[in-house]
Design a protein around this ligand. Structure first.
Ligand code: NAP
Length: 277
């Protein structure tokens, strides 16, 4: 392994966050993990003397700065921030209230950005740091019934890429990690599902919802292997700006990019027709 680092990972109670914390501890890193309950903090800290729990909901924006400053002062300087906390909203756009869009963006986007804004002054002062944002293949491809989720992950992809260009002069890397379908609690206990109300959408959405429920717990991806892939990116001298995880993500994203290229080509004459004299 390369040198030992201090990682701050949001959402270490299950899924990717827990898997990454365990693998990072196993190779000698120090891990500060956020959870939402005192009991989960105790359970996380029982993993190792190098595991430090902090209770934080990432939508408690006013608390984030204080928590990060306290970690910097009393645990160690944060080398790597992993914005992992997030959830999926499932629901047809016309059926889903705006309050669910706001909640989806509060957690998946505003929470992640608030965490980045809190660690950046420290990383910039040290001229060193790495931020990993767990986005999704849903930050590249879309499907009916997860418009709010895809919107939040497209947003985090774009923010990650632009931020990477802003902080590159300070030797800070930003990696947007986009997993395919993995065996976590994402499609189980964590998913927020808007109840159905408009029968017109039954044919397009009911099979998608049913398939996702049936597949939950049996997805192709192994979170422990995703954790090893993320550790490789953390150890890299030149970390990638984008990292897909899983052969499903690879196939679907490639198909999307090639369809996008085809559409751009088909409309190219119209596209270039708008330039001024
Ligand atoms: P998970 O097992 O449900 O884990 C989600 C974690 O996020 C939990 O620790 C949860 O804490 C935490 N969390 C949720 N809302 C939070 C909030 N407001 N404040 C703080 N923590 C919060 O699912 P997962 O798949 O590992 O999800 C991790 C990330 O991967 C998410 O961003 C998700 O969108 C993304 N992702 C997942 C997949 C997949 O197939 N699994 C694919 C692509 C991307 P609690 O235990 O307190 O609820």
């Amino acid at each position: 392994m390369a040198s030992s680092k201090t990682l701050l990972i949001t959402g270490v109670s299950s899924g990717f966050g827990r898997a990454l914390a365990e693998q990072a501890l196993a190779v000698g890193h120090r891990v500060v993990g956020t959870v939402r309950k005192a009991e989960a903090k105790r359970e996380f800290e029982s993993l190792s003397a190098a595991a430090f729990g902090r209770v934080l909901d990432v939508t408690d924006f006013d608390a984030i700065g204080g928590v990060v400053a306290e970690i910097e002062a009393s645990v160690a300087p944060i080398d790597v921030l992993v914005n992992n906390a997030g959830y999926g909203h499932e629901g047809i756009l016309e059926e889903s209230p705006l309050s669910e869009l706001r909640r989806q963006f509060d957690v998946n986007v505003f929470g992640a950005v608030a965490m980045m804004k809190a660690v950046l002054p420290f990383m910039r002062a040290r001229r060193r740091g790495h931020i990993l944002n767990i986005t999704s293949m849903g930050g590249y491809i879309t499907m009916p019934g997860i418009a709010y989720y895809c919107g939040s992950k497209f947003a985090l992809e774009g923010i990650s890429e632009a931020l990477g260009k802003e902080v590159q002069p300070f030797n800070i890397s930003v990696t947007a990690v986009a997993p395919g379908s993995f065996r976590t609690d994402w499609a189980g206990r964590s998913m927020v599902r808007t109840p159905r109300s408009i029968a017109d959408y039954d044919p397009i959405f009911e099979p998608v919802r049913k398939a996702r429920q049936e597949k939950s717990g049996k997805q192709l991806g192994d979170p422990r292997k995703a954790a090893r892939a993320m550790l490789a990116a953390i150890d890299a001298d030149s970390p990638p700006a984008h990292l897909l995880l899983g052969s499903d993500a690879l196939g679907l994203v490639r198909t999307k990019l090639s369809a996008l290229e085809d559409e751009i080509r088909a409309w190219e004459a119209v596209t270039v027709s708008t330039d001024g004299e």
